[in-house]
Structures are given as C-alpha cells and as structure tokens.
Design a protein around this ligand. Structure first.
Ligand code: HEC
Ligand code: HEC
Ligand code: HEC
Length: 435
C-alpha cells in the first residue's frame, strides 16, 4: 500500500502557510456591561471551577466521570475576549502519498473526529454514521484535486465560511500526515456503491427513534416518583423555621400553578434572568435558611415539583420588556457563537438549516424551532438520573472542548431564555424523558 512520506514531519509543518483573518461571521455579543458579576450558587462540580493539582497542573472540577481537561479555547463567558481560531490557508506538502487504509481508520477513529459522526462511507463496520454532512460514499468520482480535500479537512472555512465541520488542522486535531492519509482514502471512494443490506446503517434511510411513552406515568418515568417525594421538601421547615408551604399557602399544585410558564424570567430583585432552578438556589436559603444549590438533587426535585404545577399550561416567557429583549439578544448571540476546540455553535447541531433532524452518529439531533425546553428537568434513561437543562448545556459543549460555565451563570440563563421562546404557547410537560 501507499507510504506516508520520506520527508520528516517537521518539514511538512513548515509548509503550512498561515493566513490569519477574521474567522466566519462574527457573533458579537450585544452589550452586557450593565450586568452584575454573579457568584455561583451551584454544587461545586457544576460551577466550572478549576483546582491546582499536586503536580502543579490546572484541572477542571466537573461532574464525576467527565473530563477534567482545561480547554484553552473560547467560551460563552460574556467577558471572554478570545476570538475563534483564525482561518488557516494551507498547501498540501508536495511529493507525498497517503495510505488509504490508514485514512479509512482515521475516518472511523472515535478518538479523532470521528468523520463518520457526520459523513456516511461504505462498509458494514461503519456504525453508526451520521448525516450532518454530505454522504461521501462516491466523493472520489468528483475528481477533486488532493489540494482541495487537504485544505477542506485542515480548515473548511476557506470554502464554507459558516460550516459546522471543525477545522481539524487549525485546532491541532489532525496532523498534516493524517490529513494526507484521509485525502488518499477519499480519492478511493468511487461508485457504484453496493446495495444497502441494512437500511439502519445509512443515516438517510435509518428509522427514527421512537419516544419513551407517557412521561407523566410513574410506572414509566422514575422522575415522577422523585417529584412526588419532593412534597416533603415543600413542607420541611429549614433553620429559619419556615417551610415553602408556610408562605405559599394552599398546596404546591395551587400555589405554584402557572408560575413555571413564565420562567426563565428577568427577576427584578436579583437583576438577572433566572430559571426556576436559579431562583430557588437563592430564594430557598433566603426564606428557609436551607441551602438549595443549583444541580443538587433537592434543587432538581423541587424544580420538578414547581414546574409540574404548570403541566398542560402554555409556556409564556416575557420577550417584551427592555430587560427581556436585551437578554434575548444576548442569548441568541450565544446560540450562534462558535466556541471550544471544535469551534462549534449550538446552532450547528440544533437548527434545521444545519444539523437538526439529522443524525450525529446514532443520535437524532433535536430542533430548536420545535422546542427543546418544555420537558426539563427530565429523566435520562442512559444516565438513570434526573438532568436539568443546564447540565445538558454543559454536556453538549464539554466533549467539544469548551470549558463549561457555572450551571447558574447569567450566560446560560439568557441562552435558556432564547431556547424557551420557541416553546411559547406549547404546554409544559415535566418531568420529561429522553435517552
Ligand atoms: C460535525 C459534523 C462534521 C464532522 C465531524 C466532519 N464533517 Fe466534513 N463536512 C461537514 C459538513 C456540514 C460539510 C458540508 C460543507 C458545509 O456546507 O458546511 C462537510 C463537508 C466535507 C467534505 C466535502 C466537501 C465538498 O466539497 O463536498 C469533505 C471531504 C469532508 N467534509 C471531510 C471530512 C473529514 C475527513 C472529516 C473527519 C476528519 C469530517 N469531514 C468531519 C460536517 C462534518
Ligand atoms: C418567608 C416566606 C417564603 C418562604 C419560606 C418561601 N417563599 Fe417563595 N416566595 C415568597 C415571596 C414573598 C415571593 C414573591 C412573591 C411574588 O411576588 O411572586 C416568593 C416567590 C416564589 C417563587 C416565584 C413566584 C413567581 O411567580 O415568580 C417561587 C417559585 C417560590 N417562591 C418557591 C418557593 C419554594 C420552593 C420555597 C421553599 C424552598 C419557598 N418559595 C419558600 C415567600 C416565601
Ligand atoms: C455537536 C453537536 C451538538 C452541539 C454543538 C450542541 N448539542 Fe445539544 N445535543 C446534541 C445531541 C447529540 C443531543 C441529544 C439528542 C437530542 O436530543 O438532540 C443534544 C441535546 C440537547 C438538548 C436536549 C433536547 C431534548 O429534547 O431533550 C438541548 C436542550 C440541547 N442539546 C441544547 C444545546 C445547546 C444550548 C447547545 C449550545 C450550548 C448545544 N445543545 C450544542 C448535540 C449537540
């Protein structure tokens, strides 16, 4: 088979011509200077904090089992001044031949892309391929120059300024040599493709996952029982000798009816947008003396209890006040801001113009315009645990190389407000249930 090259790799790197430029459409965050600095009231692993290890290295404090890597790429923090990585224009090193077999292995390598997360290629071992990017089963037939492929994999923004494909070379995710192997592999992909044996292998014909049945049925959704159990939190007196029930009379269902339909909302007392979780993390200690940190089990359970009192009522968040409009504009900018090592935006995966309703690997991507919020917090079957929306935000971006923010940060609250506007008018249904 082919050989990589006789040239030393360092020479290849030297051939890389960098052209620094402005990278893609700017998602400028509208003015945030009027916002206060928020001190997180979340559990320690949800605050986005760092610690210094005995060996002097900085490690992130995150949920158990999550990576502790400190990603040195831009985040959603309003005061993070970093830009996305500048676009790099490169020339494929001359006189080198890639190895298509190595290229194919790289295409499938989960520790790298994997490219198959977004692109279909032939082979029974390709599972599960996604459809966020075009099917490449016969891309070799297009007789595109090697240089085109090389540049496209290194940094596709040169060709597609608003692409959702990460700039693999620019971010250091793939070496020059690896990209040369990938180019060699792509050139071998020629038709005709053999008939598909398994329609599920192909993300364009794969069956869509079915739901999980009635999310409000306690025999079906374990989070319903946890919500029932939260009634004791509602009536338990805290150190200040007060319980929720003492001030909010008439039982949760009556006292809290309709409340959650208006969240996230701008809460005057705290001069920021808050979700029910954010609000309770402050309100519970202030009124009962009992801490209720964001992402704690009790906070999630009380949140589900409060939200359930609005089940069936239409979401009705404010988008008209001056504060709400400013927050919404910032939340929307965040949704479109490309961050992290892979330079992804939420929009890459959750808008119908891009990834929504397509498969990322085996996962069908939710569509923001259809509403992604009205069933949170929810039971995650794979985790066998309740997840709030903020943990979902943190989870979507951490594997993509962005240091997560505190779950109760203002940035996430305003992002959640933006997402929730798509659910306006639709009935709340908490707790939800998802994979
Ligand atoms: C997150 C999704 C995603 C991943 C992962 C991804 N791509 Fe892509 N890729 C795309 C999209 C989307 C396009 C189509 C270009 C566009 O409109 O943005 C594309 C286009 C391409 C093209 C075709 C360009 C053309 O002119 O038709 C090639 C070749 C390609 N990708 C190679 C790769 C390789 C190799 C990898 C793995 C190193 C990879 N891609 C990983 C999303 C992805
Ligand atoms: C000492 C009295 C007191 C206690 C104890 C108390 N609250 Fe409140 N709560 C209030 C007051 C006063 C308000 C503001 C009422 C208003 O203007 O909506 C409020 C507001 C709220 C709101 C927002 C209502 C809205 O319409 O936005 C929620 C949710 C809430 N409380 C839940 C709780 C929960 C859960 C507990 C127990 C952890 C609790 N409260 C304990 C007095 C109390
Ligand atoms: C690289 C792709 C990718 C990016 C970027 C991404 N997500 Fe996701 N997201 C997923 C996947 C996969 C799932 C699980 C499948 C699904 O429900 O869409 C998911 C699920 C979700 C859900 C739960 C949907 C539901 O119905 O329960 C929400 C909410 C969400 N993402 C919000 C965001 C936000 C906000 C951002 C930006 C901070 C973001 N995502 C960025 C891939 C992504």
């Amino acid at each position: 088979m082919g050989r990589a090259s006789a040239r030393p790799l360092s020479r290849w790197a030297a051939l890389v011509a960098l052209i620094a430029g402005c990278a893609g459409p700017a998602a400028d965050v509208p003015d945030y200077t009027g916002l206060q600095k928020w001190t997180s009231r979340a559990i320690p692993e949800a605050r986005g904090d760092f610690q210094v290890l005995p060996d002097g290295k900085r490690a992130a404090v995150r949920y158990r089992g999550w990576t502790t890597r400190d990603f040195n790429f831009r985040t959603y923090a309003y005061d993070d001044p970093r830009a996305e990585p500048p676009i790099q224009r490169v020339t494929m090193p001359a006189g080198v031949t890639g190895d298509p077999q190595k290229g194919r292995a790289l295409f499938l390598n989960r520790a790298k892309g994997p490219c198959t997360g977004c692109h279909l290629i032939p082979g029974d071992d390709v599972w599960p391929a996604g459809s966020v990017g075009p099917d490449q089963s016969i891309i070799g037939d297009r007789k595109l120059p090697d240089q085109y492929f090389y540049q496209l994999i290194w940094d596709p923004r040169v060709v597609f300024p608003n692409t959702s494909m990460p700039p693999w070379g620019t971010i250091g995710g793939l070496s020059s040599e690896e990209i040369v192997h990938l180019v060699a592999y792509l050139q071998t992909l020629k038709g005709p493709v053999p008939p598909e044996k398994d329609p599920d292998r192909n993300p364009f014909t794969r069956r869509r996952p079915v739901g999980f049945g009635d999310n409000l049925d306690p025999t079906n959704n374990p989070a319903v029982l946890l919500t029932d159990g939260a009634e004791t939190l509602w009536t338990a007196r805290g150190p200040m000798a007060k319980a929720c029930a003492d001030c909010h009379a008439g039982g949760v269902a009556r006292a809290m009816r309709g409340v959650a339909t208006r969240y996230p909302k701008f809460v005057k007392a705290y001069r920021r947008v808050m979700s029910v979780e954010d609000f309770l993390a402050v309100h519970a200690p202030e009124t009962t003396g009992r801490p209720l940190p964001a992402e704690s089990t009790d906070n999630l359970r009380l949140t589900m209890l409060v939200k359930r009192a609005s089940n069936g009522l239409p979401v009705n968040v404010d988008t008209s006040s001056i504060e709400a409009r400013a927050a919404l504009a910032r939340g929307k900018a965040t949704f479109y801001k490309r961050v992290g090592e892979r330079n992804h935006a939420c929009a890459d995966c959750h808008t119908p113009e891009k990834g929504a309703n397509k498969f990322l690997g085996g996962r069908l991507l939710g569509d923001v315009t259809a509403g992604l919020t009205k069933h949170f917090p929810l039971w995650r079957t794979v985790e066998a645990d309740v997840w709030g929306m903020r943990k979902r935000f943190q989870w979507c971006m951490t594997p993509l190389g962005m240091n997560m923010l505190a779950s109760d940060s203002i940035e996430y609250a305003e992002l959640e407000l933006y997402l929730t506007t798509f659910d306006n008018g639709k009935p709340l249904s908490v707790p939800g249930m998802r994979h």
